[in-house]
Design a protein around this ligand. Structure first.
Ligand code: PMP
Length: 387
């Protein structure tokens, strides 16, 4: 286990003079805080003894029904029995890895991919292999070629971890044509897909894509979360899995934490049943679209030639590729002294890769702060290229 560069950065990036384009924190100040305060009181008044008691490791049955309703917005039909509530989708990543991975087993993931997923797979001593992505998400030929090679070598491949919508950190979305091909390849090799979709409902333009789970219920473990569409403070996410897998995940959850926070689940449940949460997500999407567009505008206007970046249709992140010869990790201390922070690309790979890349997030700073942050960052890049 190694300390994550992203976590280590938080201390520096949270200094008030630094514009942080680093962390992926949702802008929770936009939540209806007064209403959430009332909901907390209503839960205590109406469900006190139950809310303050132990619950099950699978999660509150009412909340699991509501989670099915949330997933149906993206085209997933699910039975609440196949849902397990988790402590954020992070715990689902941990439980799935705990259940499936023995030391040395191969786990496939995108290149780059979500840093804490890498850390979780590594903690269980998985052999992490990256599959290349481009602007349309993971490249099916690369997936197939890797699977063919590993199979010929007699290796055990446990699952393919993918973030198909507005990938973290790449910002790219898997195209519908590729969704079909990825499923076909994984089904042919009998490989489970771990589909991580915390950002799917945060779409600012374009048509939604069908989740992989919607077309292959037996082949996919699907992970969702309220962290981005409501609040990460409640720590409520979920996994939807084929029944046999779900049963093992519940056993693993029992030994990990005995029971969920009954109280938090009831607060989230009551929020979903009494607040117009779909409208709330639309409001979030308007706010985040404005922030994303501020970042696009500043990058388009200011970035020097030779620098490229992705154009996410949703989510929180833009992935930047610097001119040849520049190293985002080496450049970070200078950037911080110029009062701007980002996450160097190296954090998003299991090996020593990603030096020419950085992840910028537009979720937390205001549009003005984003423009100022990009201006400072461009100053640093330009002075590095002229050295
Ligand atoms: N997966 C991805 C791709 C993420 O970006 C995040 C949060 N940054 C998570 C999982 C974990 O989210 P949570 O545990 O808060 O649901």
């Amino acid at each position: 286990m190694v300390a994550s560069e992203v976590r280590a950065l938080f201390a520096v990036a949270s200094r008030p003079e630094v514009v942080s384009l680093a962390g992926g924190m949702p802008n929770v100040s936009a939540l209806p805080l007064d209403r959430i305060g009332e909901i907390v009181q209503e839960v205590v008044a109406e469900q006190g003894p139950t809310a303050l008691q132990y619950g099950s490791a699978q999660g509150d049955a009412v909340l699991r029904e509501q989670i099915c309703e949330v997933m149906s917005l993206e085209g997933i039909e699910a039975d609440a029995d196949d849902v397990i509530v988790t402590v954020g989708s992070q715990q689902a990543l941990d439980l799935v890895t705990r259940v499936f991975v023995d030391p040395g087993d191969v786990v496939l993931c995108e290149a780059p991919t979500y840093v804490t997923a890498i850390n979780t797979f590594a903690a269980f001593q998985a052999d992490i292999r990256h599959i290349a992505i481009d602007d349309d998400g993971v490249i099916p030929e690369a997936l197939e070629e890797t699977l063919a090679r590993l199979t010929a070598e007699g290796r055990t491949v446990k699952f393919f971890y993918t973030i198909p919508n507005f990938q973290n950190p790449g910002g790219v979305t898997l195209s519908s044509e590729r969704r079909r091909r990825v499923l076909e390849i994984c089904q042919r090799y009998g490989l489970l897909v771990l589909e991580d979709n915390p950002y799917g409902l945060l779409r600012y333009e374009g048509d939604p894509e069908r989740p992989l789970r919607a077309d292959a219920p037996d082949n996919v473990i699907y992970l969702g979360s309220f962290s981005k569409t409501l609040s990460p403070g409640f720590r409520i996410g979920w996994a939807l899995a084929p029944s046999a897998v779900r049963a093992k995940l519940v056993l693993a959850a029992e030994s990990a934490m005995l029971s969920h926070s009954t109280f938090n689940q009831m607060v989230v449940g009551r929020y979903l049943s009494t607040h117009p949460w779909r409208e709330q997500i639309k409001d979030f999407n308007e706010m985040y679209r404005e922030r994303r567009d501020a970042m696009f505008g500043a990058l388009d206007a200011l970035m020097p030639a030779g620098t490229t970046w992705t154009r996410p249709e949703g989510g929180f992140f833009v992935w930047v590729t610097l001119p040849e010869g520049l190293d985002a990790k080496a450049m970070l201390p200078r950037a911080v002294s110029e009062r701007v922070a980002y996450v160097p690309g190296t954090g998003f790979y299991a090996g020593d890769e990603g030096h020419r890349h950085m992840r910028l997030s537009f979720c937390y700073p205001t549009p003005e702060q984003i423009r100022e942050g990009v201006r400072r960052l461009v100053g640093v890049i330009k002075s590095e290229t002229s050295l």
